[in-house]
Write a protein that binds this ligand. Structure first.
Ligand code: MGD
Ligand code: MGD
Ligand code: SF4
Ligand code: MO
Length: 706
């Protein structure tokens, strides 16, 4: 580590005693993980800055990342293991030693396994991802398939859509793209590093950008050559009507389809009905814009679409996603220069251009004979593709209180408010025999735990991480863990030893597990302990077309518009084609407004940053955005209280009339403790393909509060 000589960018001299230590920001998804320089004096964080020359971020930090110091030092950091002394939810705990906490957890879990079976224990991961390879293996080595994560509602719906079409994950070859379609994408708020690449590519290579978003956003204003504004959750109908125009005009790549695509005739017959006029009627996008979109697609070669979680957050989400990606398939934009590229995840769901044994590591202890994971019956496609528990069914499983109900839960960073009808999760947590939550903070979920264990942040731990282009890094700690906090992998290792799981790798610790997973890489882990990510030797650029040429692992060996996996399972009751169903409104008369709950705001990350003063100050009040027309009709002005009423409840928010929102739509941000939008969203409104909640096509009424 170099002695630092600068604050505010200039050199005060090394006698300042300040050191720069290098780590990564772990506040948002693994796709980012920007480089973080932590300025440390006497073991304390003075300030954070972006790391110059770092792969994804090159010196930049977003609004959230710049708040890392306040985030890590949040007042509610947990500093010791805690044992509950009051009622569940009271928040009364007493400190206990690590030894005692681990003994208690081990004894309880082993007892429940002995008495009721290993599947009565579930293992859950919230947003954190860096330890998941160990947690899944832990659950399986314990004997349970009930490992589930927050990805039950994140990007996985889109991953599933590509999986059934190609049995592969998909990345993008954006540097060579002529057109980028930001379908439900506003990276200015949600994926800051990616948006900088988009801007650079537009300026340097003249890449065109089409944005599909009901709102006016920074992306639609600053990037879009064409902006389509469909009604929430009608994206499937929009994609199918664009496909109609492409097919009708012969703007599809027939030789490509002939060679690489399966089910084109069935798909073509299905899209017949989606004329631009019908599309306009279903989506609200004028027919001329639908035709303009088809023309733009036809005029470009090399088209890609960033992955989106927005599109999966609907009852018809996965089918909509399939309809959208079908546009790339019929125009020959998959596995070509500038298009969508089949990729293999290297580590932590990131495609970095090299193979590791992470997947084998995770699957090795899979308990084949154990009862199927929670949600497997209700969401068979999810289970078929993921093999994990669908966490949106966890509360129902516990509340059923029957022979299948889970009794013990080990959660790493659980935020019950991420689920719809989330009070069910509180009721379920109360019913558990034993609940352990590991978190940095004393959250409202942790208050229901029997034992709470203190986790540490990315500034307080070592970690292996990889980046696209064959980059690998094993970073050190920037500061010592606060109090007695430990990293999640260290906690899992200690528990594996205590429970004496039949797994020497897990018992060997994080570094041993990582060494095992990357053992075939042409570099030793010690050589990765550097200040910044380093490039692996011998990583070759991808050869466009090579995957299609080899044949895909789909039943037909081709890109499937018509899914043979789904067709082979009529008992699932799912459609093999990307069919369209309108979003579900329980009572259109009672709930005339379309509600999107959860578009991103720059200063918040789900539940975590509303308690960070800098971040909170940027939008202090939980608010609802609506069109000026609707506000006027309701007699509502900026800052007025309005009640949002859904089929299961109501909440009052501050009104923000804004011309960025279309009449009939309302946008509310999630993650606020005091105004929890998920408490009034219907937990049964789930996508039958993925199990995802319809966060972004809910329906409501608005009442002015006088
Ligand atoms: N600041 C911030 N950044 C984040 C997060 C955060 O909480 N805060 N969360 C991270 C996580 S976990 C995720 S999954 C990603 C999500 O990242 P994205 O999937 O990119 O999600 P958003 O930015 O919320 O949504 C992008 C746009 O989709 C539009 N949209 C909403 N509903 C629809 C629809 O039905 N159709 C169409 N076409 N557009 C729609 C919204 O208006 C919004 O402008 O963001 C990550 N980044
Ligand atoms: N209404 C609505 N609801 C949504 C969404 C939406 O768009 N709208 N988006 C959905 C999506 S895409 C997502 S990804 C989920 C968000 O998923 P959540 O899991 O709700 O995400 P967070 O609130 O960021 O974090 C969860 C917890 O993990 C803890 N934590 C953070 N880092 C660590 C760590 O290193 N170790 C441990 N042990 N704990 C840690 C945090 O303190 C927090 O308590 O929400 C979903 N819910
Ligand atoms: S985009 Fe922001 S929150 Fe995400 S890793 Fe980078 S600095 Fe952190
Ligand atoms: Mo997410």
């Amino acid at each position: 580590m170099k002695a630092v000589d600068h604050m505010h960018g200039k050199i005060p001299g090394s006698e300042s005693g300040i050191e720069v230590r290098h780590t990564q920001c772990d506040i948002c998804t693994p796709g980012m993980h920007c480089g973080l320089d932590v300025l440390v004096k006497d073991g304390k964080i003075i300030k954070v800055e972006g790391t110059e020359g770092f792969p994804v971020s090159n010196g930049h930090l977003c609004t959230k990342g710049a708040g890392n110091r306040q985030y890590v030092l949040r007042e509610d950091r947990i500093l010791t293991p805690l044992r509950r002394t009051g009622e569940r939810g009271d928040g009364k705990f007493e400190p206990v030693s690590w030894e005692e906490a681990l003994d208690t957890i081990s004894a309880k879990f082993l007892d429940i396994r002995e008495k009721y079976g290993a599947d009565k224990a579930a293992f859950y991961s919230g947003y954190g991802k860096y330890y998941r390879f160990m947690l899944r293996r832990f659950a399986n080595a314990f004997g349970s398939q009930n490992y589930g994560t927050e990805s039950s509602a994140c990007f996985t719906s889109g991953w599933m859509a590509w999986q059934i079409a190609s049995r592969s994950a998909m990345g993008m070859n954006m540097p060579n793209a002529e057109l980028l379609i930001g379908w439900g994408a506003n990276g200015f708020h949600s994926r800051y590093p990616m948006v900088r690449n988009e801007i650079a590519n537009k300026e340097k290579n003249g890449m065109k950008i089409m944005i599909v978003d009901p709102r006016i956003t920074p992306a639609s204003q600053r990037l879009a050559d064409l902006h389509l504004r469909p009604h929430l959750g009608t994206d499937g109908a929009l994609a199918l009507s664009i496909a109609h125009v492409l097919i009708k005009n012969g703007w599809v790549d027939l030789p490509y389809i002939e060679k690489y695509v399966h089910g084109y005739e069935e798909y073509k017959a299905y899209v017949q009905q989606f004329t631009p006029e019908k599309g306009a009627q279903l989506t609200g996008v004028p027919a001329v814009d639908i035709i303009a979109a088809a023309e733009l697609i036809h005029s470009c070669k090399g088209i890609c679409i960033p992955e989106s979680s927005t599109l999966g957050h609907h009852r018809n989400g996965m089918q909509n996603y399939r309809a959208i990606m079908s546009l790339l398939i019929i125009t020959g934009n998959v596995d070509v220069k500038g298009g969508q590229l089949p990729v293999e995840f290297s580590f932590m769901e990131r495609a970095c251009g090299f193979h590791t044994d992470e997947e084998e590591f995770m699957d090795e202890k899979w308990p084949t004979d154990a009862p199927k994971a929670i949600g497997a019956e209700e969401f068979p496609l999810w289970y078929y593709l993921k093999g994990d528990m669908q966490a949106n069914k966890l509360a129902d499983n516990i509340l059923a209180q029957d022979d299948h109900s889970v009794r013990a839960l080990l959660a790493l960073g659980m935020n019950y408010r991420m689920f719809t009808s989330d009070q069910r999760y509180i009721e379920a947590l109360k019913k558990l025999d034993f609940f352990v939550d590991v978190d940095l903070f004393m959250t409202d979920t942790a208050k229901y735990a029997d034992i709470v264990l203190p986790a540490c942040s990315s500034l307080e731990r070592e970690q292996f991480i990889s980046y696209p282009g064959g980059l690998v890094w094993y970073h050190g700690k920037a500061i010592e863990p606060l109090g007695e906090a430990k990293s999640d992998p260290d906690i899992l290792t200690l528990l594996a030893r205590k429970m004496d799981l039949d797994d020497d790798l897990l018992k060997g610790g994080y570094e041993a597990c990582v060494r095992h997973i990357i053992r075939d890489l042409p570099m030793d882990l010690d050589e990765m302990k550097t200040e910044k990510p380093v490039k692996l030797p011998g990583v070759k650029p991808y050869v466009f077309g090579s995957t299609l040429e080899q044949g895909l692992h789909t039943p037909s060996g081709k890109l499937e518009l018509y899914s043979e996996i789904i067709a082979a399972h009529p008992e699932w009751g799912l459609d093999a084609l990307p069919t369209y169903t309108p979003p579900y409104n329980p009572d259109p008369e009672a709930y005339p407004f379309r509600l999107c709950a959860g578009a991103r705001i720059p200063n918040a990350l789900h539940s975590r940053l509303h308690d960070v003063p800098w971040e909170r100050s940027l939008l202090p009040e939980p608010s609802v955005e609506m069109s000026p027309e609707d506000a006027e009709n309701l007699g509502v002005e900026l800052g007025d209280d309005v009640e949002i009423v859904t089929n299961i409840g109501s909440l009052v928010f501050k009104a923000i009339p804004t011309a960025t929102i279309m009449p009939g739509d309302v946008f509310i941000y999630h993650g606020y403790r005091e105004k929890d939008i998920n408490s009034i969203l219907d937990g049964t409104n789930l996508d039958p393909y993925s199990g995802f909640p319809a966060y972004r096509s809910a329906y409501c009424n608005i009442r002015r509060v006088s």
